[in-house]
Design a protein around this ligand. Structure first.
Ligand SMILES: Cc1cc2nc3c(=O)[nH]c(=O)nc-3n(C[C@H](O)[C@H](O)[C@H](O)COP(=O)(O)OP(=O)(O)OC[C@H]3O[C@@H](n4cnc5c(N)ncnc54)[C@H](O)[C@@H]3O)c2cc1C
Length: 406
């Protein structure tokens, strides 16, 4: 057992947040143990879009080359109307004076986590990753934290709850997770049909009161990649019906009707549904226990903020824990600062923007709908406004704003 007060940092959850935090700590020689409930990295289809500040942070962790070798650069994204076609195009190249990565990089999170784990194994010997270790019980005292996981007891100086939306850690410290759940489930399907050939940019949002959608190109075994299409489903329709192949084909033809009139069946590679929430933890730390990623906040995927904000948490929290570990900084002060920097920003930026994006796409009132789309059109064609919009939607402003909080 290490000396009093120098037990390793424990991390519950080996998803993107937990592994990014572990890598950040490991590169600074801070010992840490990651406890992951599954027997291997999870492989389900989730987030797949990295914004410029996240790319900067992951480049600092040594992942620039590996991510770029596998990902797709997407500088331009569109807002479309399902009937009219392109309403607005935004080009992130406009921000090349403020970021070295003026584009989104599309790379699914199940392709990021092996890169994080590989880098931990290669460059961060102070990190241990335990699989089959579901955290089941958490207790803290004045000197540290005791965690039960997979039949073993672990003692740590701090615990980071990076164990996802249903966080056991968050529940163990009784932090509430208020917000709401959208009534409709989201369905995400992927097709090999190359939507670039019919005018789609690598990322696009299609507005329609009923048949709105988000359309994204992601890497596949080879060009042209796969196209992921996410849309809302009728809350009253049974799961099996919305996932039926003919139902998905019918819906894709409606969504893509303007771009591909009279389309035949699409080759589908994948389809699944999921529930979508807007929730933020009441506090991001309690004593020696901090929350990060989906354990701390969840939002709808429109804008691609969930995973990006989670990595921003991991890096911010990692900086604080390094300062505490190496320089003996007061943990209460720094974890309070983590809370002040990350929690209000999530509410002000991520929650607000993702809800606004959904309203823009699915607005039913024709007058509001027309006004909103006109406003987006005017924003995209006015350089100052386009730049301001891009600074927010790329999350550059939220990272800057957080850093300015002391
Ligand atoms: C179906 C789906 C689709 C999504 N699509 C998008 C999208 O298109 N765009 C977007 O931006 N975001 C999307 N998100 C959100 C995005 O995937 C998350 O923001 C991201 O996964 C957060 O990473 P995380 O590491 O915090 O949590 P997770 O990825 O959930 O990782 C948590 C890890 O903790 C482990 N774990 C759980 N409980 C325990 C325990 N008790 N003990 C130990 N380990 C535990 C889990 O096995 C997992 O490995 C989606 C989420 C879902 C569920």
């Amino acid at each position: 057992m290490p000396a009093h007060g120098r037990d390793p940092i424990l991390i519950a959850g080996g998803g993107p947040t937990g592994l990014a935090l572990a890598l950040k700590l490991g590169l600074a020689d801070v010992p840490c143990v990651v406890l992951e409930s599954e027997s291997a990295l999870t492989h389900d289809l989730r987030a797949g879009s990295f914004h410029p500040p996240t790319l900067e942070m992951l480049a600092d962790l040594g992942l620039e080359e590996a991510m770029h070798a596998r990902g797709l650069k997407v500088p331009v994204w569109q807002i479309r109307d399902r009937i009219e076609g392109v309403i607005a195009e935004f080009d992130l190249s406009m921000l090349s004076d403020v970021t070295q990565f003026p584009y989104r990089l599309h790379l699914e999170q199940h392709r990021l986590t092996p890169l994080l784990l590989g880098r931990i194994q290669d460059a961060a010997p102070s990190i241990t990753v335990r699989f089959n270790a579901p955290v089941s019980k958490v207790e803290q005292d004045a000197d540290g934290v005791t965690v039960q996981a997979g039949g073993e007891s672990y003692r740590g100086s701090f615990l980071a709850g990076c164990d996802g939306a249903k966080s056991v850690v968050r529940q163990a410290v009784n932090i509430s997770f208020d917000g709401f759940t959208w009534p409709e489930r989201f369905l995400v399907a992927s097709t090999t049909f190359d939507l670039a050939t019919v005018g789609f940019a690598g990322a696009g949002y299609v507005a329609d009161p009923e048949h709105w959608a988000a359309v994204f190109r992601v890497p596949d075994e080879g060009p042209p990649g796969l196209w992921r299409i996410a849309y809302g489903t009728d809350p009253d329709e049974p799961e099996a019906d919305v996932l039926a192949s003919n139902a998905i084909q019918k819906r894709l033809k409606i969504i893509l009707q303007h771009a591909i009139p009279g389309a035949g069946d699409f080759t589908l590679k994948y389809a699944s549904t999921y529930r979508v929430h807007q929730r933020v933890a009441d506090q991001f730390h309690a004593g020696r226990i901090a929350l990060a990623g989906d354990a701390a906040h969840i939002n709808n995927p429109l804008g691609g903020f969930g995973l990006n904000g989670s990595i921003h948490d991991a890096v911010n929290l990692g900086e604080k824990l390094i300062e505490i570990w190496h320089n003996g900084a007061d943990y209460r002060t720094l974890l309070d600062l983590y809370d002040r920097q990350r929690r209000p920003i999530n509410i002000k930026a991520v929650q607000a923007m993702s809800i606004r994006n959904k309203r823009l796409l699915d607005e039913k009132d024709p007058t509001i709908r027309k006004a909103s789309l006109n406003e987006v059109r005017a924003t995209a064609t006015t350089p100052d406004k386009a730049r301001a919009y891009l600074l927010n939607s790329s999350m550059i402003n939220s990272v800057r704003d957080a850093a300015a909080i002391r």
